[in-house]
Design a protein around this ligand. Structure first.
Ligand code: ZN
Length: 633
């Protein structure tokens, strides 16, 4: 065959036109994979919550709708889609770990109030917290939880479609995501702020908005509280009369931390965790039925130190607080704290302390380490006691028995160390260790509180000292559910039972008589009413003073002792109903359980008989035996 002349060779032109392989057609399957990727980070969490009956369908629906939002940048920049998804994925993954972790530890949904509590606590606290909850299974669980979205991410492919299709989709998604706001503002003619609230509520169950919205709301609440609490033009209390106005007096309030009275020897716990307070118990009024209203520091104290209570939780912003009133009564006010107050970060508690004339912040460290035992308050406390002002109010805020317990006491207080007398359900070494460490922390706290009392006594000043803890703490107290910590949604007596002691100087006793002709120490009492007890003790009266809410008053009337979250009024419940249903028989209705005068028989007025010691099968402090059976069937 003769060679073909070069000029005749036909080079076919490559076909640069796109072939119609469906590449550009919109792929619903691929779109679904993209959606699945974004939905995963909220969906898994919400699906577990829904299927285990913790909460309703709302969260899951919101997760479905709000996860669409992430598809918008993917639609608009298809070429960068995978990169965008990767970055968004990391953010979503990290923020979803909060809610997943919370779910794993507490079996509860992550709520607004939890976020507030996280922002109120600090990183040192959080890492101690994580450390004490860590369990080996969390690592493989975390690995699987992370592996799944990574595998989905690898499969992500462009969804295709014309720019018009993608724009239409984007528009639809925006409409669906912003619907709560649009509905409120345009259709229901609400304000823009209402619209924002509505939008925030809808986005709250979805990562990462649970943190973003939570933080925005927290900052708003904090600056609002700061403005109101520290306002210089606060109207004073009307009709204030101080019956000790002309007498020099030193009044001390010691606030403990996370101390469950049922783990204190003076409250008949089987271990002698409070030898010093016990030794001076003749000098003390020891109230044994006092309950915190909330199991969290700020939430509890904002009620205890103001007019606020579970039914009117905002009163601390509207009316003068305890510190305000003491200032109005002419006291020089001091706030000594060993709770961590990093100078950069302002929490609501710091704002509370700023109401005082002087603050002594002892724990400005980044970590609450072993050098910060509560005895650091002794020195400044002594200094203030020796000052010349004739009227002093000193508030001492301890770190108390806050976890991690082993950082709360020096080695010399490592007394409870053997496992002989431990409750039998503490089978794991970790439980036994924590249980012992908590008791050692209580033992050290006994030393601190008793020393403060001795300091006042030695100073020879006319006055009194009150000690209570902001709330309790459960440390493996109950065999049916081994748990350490606090959880408002699953309350137990250990989380709410707080010590409440009053010491008075001899001169104060003489001049400010409390009727002790009857036993008042078993009165049911909510710490949220403490404001009235304090004013009663101090001899301060004003319009709005309620003697019925004073635990030392003859006019004391047993009111509700409510626990729960006041933001969700349906969760409020009386501790009597919740913890001691057996005591709620018609013969001893709650309203006549305690108090002088005619009422229930002596057995109902008796302190619930303590029954401790592992041989009884439950270490529950002052819970009566028959009630223990109900608590631990
Ligand atoms: Zn606390």
């Amino acid at each position: 065959m003769p060679p073909v002349p070069l000029t005749q060779v036909h080079f076919s032109e490559p076909d640069y036109r796109p072939k119609d392989t469906g590449q550009n057609r919109f792929s619903r399957t691929r779109f679904l994979v993209w959606f699945l990727f974004f939905f995963y980070f909220s969906g898994v969490h919400q699906a577990i919550i829904y299927s285990s009956g913790i909460a309703g369908f709302f969260g899951l629906t919101q997760a479905l709708v709000m996860s669409l939002l992430w598809l918008v940048p993917v639609m608009l920049f298809p070429a960068r889609g995978k990169l965008i998804a990767g970055i968004a994925g990391v953010v979503l993954w990290a923020s979803s770990l909060f809610s997943m972790g919370y779910l794993a530890l507490y079996h509860q949904d992550f709520s607004q109030s939890v976020i507030f509590i996280i922002f109120e606590s600090n990183w040192a606290e959080s890492s101690e917290f994580l450390h004490s909850y860590f369990a080996w299974w969390m690592l493989p669980a975390l690995a699987i939880y992370t592996l799944i979205p990574w595998l989905i991410w690898r499969r992500l492919q462009p969804v295709g479609g014309t720019p018009v299709t993608r724009l239409l989709l984007t528009f639809t998604i925006c409409l669906a995501v912003c619907w709560p706001m649009l509905d409120r503002v345009i259709i229901n003619k609400g304000s823009l702020a209402d619209g924002f609230d509505e939008q925030a509520n809808s986005m709250e169950p979805v990562a990462p908005w649970q943190l973003v919205m939570g933080y925005v709301k927290y900052r708003q609440a904090l600056s609002n509280a700061e403005n109101r609490l520290l306002a210089s033009d606060k109207p004073p209390l009307e009709g204030l009369v101080d019956s000790n106005a002309d007498t020099p007096s030193t009044l001390v309030l010691v606030i403990g931390e996370s101390t469950n009275s049922r783990r204190m020897g003076i409250y008949k716990y089987y271990r002698d965790t409070t030898p010093r307070l016990k030794a001076m118990s003749d000098e003390l009024l020891v109230f044994d039925q006092v309950y915190a209203s909330r199991p969290y520091t700020v939430e509890s104290l904002q009620q205890a130190l103001s007019f606020a209570n579970q039914l009117q939780p905002k009163l601390y912003l509207e009316k003068p607080t305890l510190v305000d009133v003491m200032k109005q009564a002419g006291y020089r006010t001091y706030w000594i704290t060993n709770q961590q107050t990093q100078t950069q970060r302002n929490t609501l508690l710091t704002t509370f302390s700023k109401q005082a004339d002087e603050q002594i912040y002892l724990n400005n460290n980044r970590s609450q380490n072993s050098a910060q035992y509560d005895e650091v308050v002794f020195k400044p406390f002594d200094d203030i006691l020796s000052r010349s002002e004739s009227k002093k109010f000193i508030l001492v805020h301890l770190i108390g028995t806050h976890r991690a317990y082993r950082y709360r006491y020096p080695d010399t207080f490592k007394i409870f160390d053997d496992n002989e007398d431990l409750p039998p359900w503490l089978r794991k070494k970790r439980y036994r260790r924590d249980y012992n460490e908590y008791d050692n922390a209580v033992l050290y706290n006994d030393f601190v509180v008793a020393s403060l009392i001795e300091q006042v006594e030695k100073s020879g000043q006319n006055g009194y000292l009150v000690y209570f803890s902001d709330h309790g703490e459960e440390v493996y107290d109950y065999p049916h559910h081994l748990f350490a910590g606090r959880e408002e949604a699953a309350p137990t007596p250990a989380m709410y039972s707080v010590p409440f002691l009053v010491w008075r100087s001899e001169s104060w006793k003489r001049n400010n008589r409390i009727d002790v002709s009857y036993d008042m120490t078993h009165r049911m009492y909510s710490l949220s009413d403490f404001f009235h007890t304090w004013m009663d003790l101090a001899g301060i009266r004003f319009s709005g003073f309620d003697a019925g809410k004073s635990i030392i008053s003859r006019q004391y009337t047993p009111g509700p002792v409510l626990i729960g979250n006041p933001a969700k009024p349906e969760t409020l419940v009386d501790v009597r109903q919740k913890f001691f249903p057996a005591a709620m028989t018609p013969a001893t209705p709650a309203t006549t359980m305690q108090g002088p005068g005619p009422g229930p028989g002596p057995e109902a007025l008796q302190p619930p008989t303590p029954a401790y010691g592992p041989k009884y099968g439950a270490v529950t402090g002052t819970v009566p035996v028959h009630v223990q059976k109900i608590l631990h069937p």
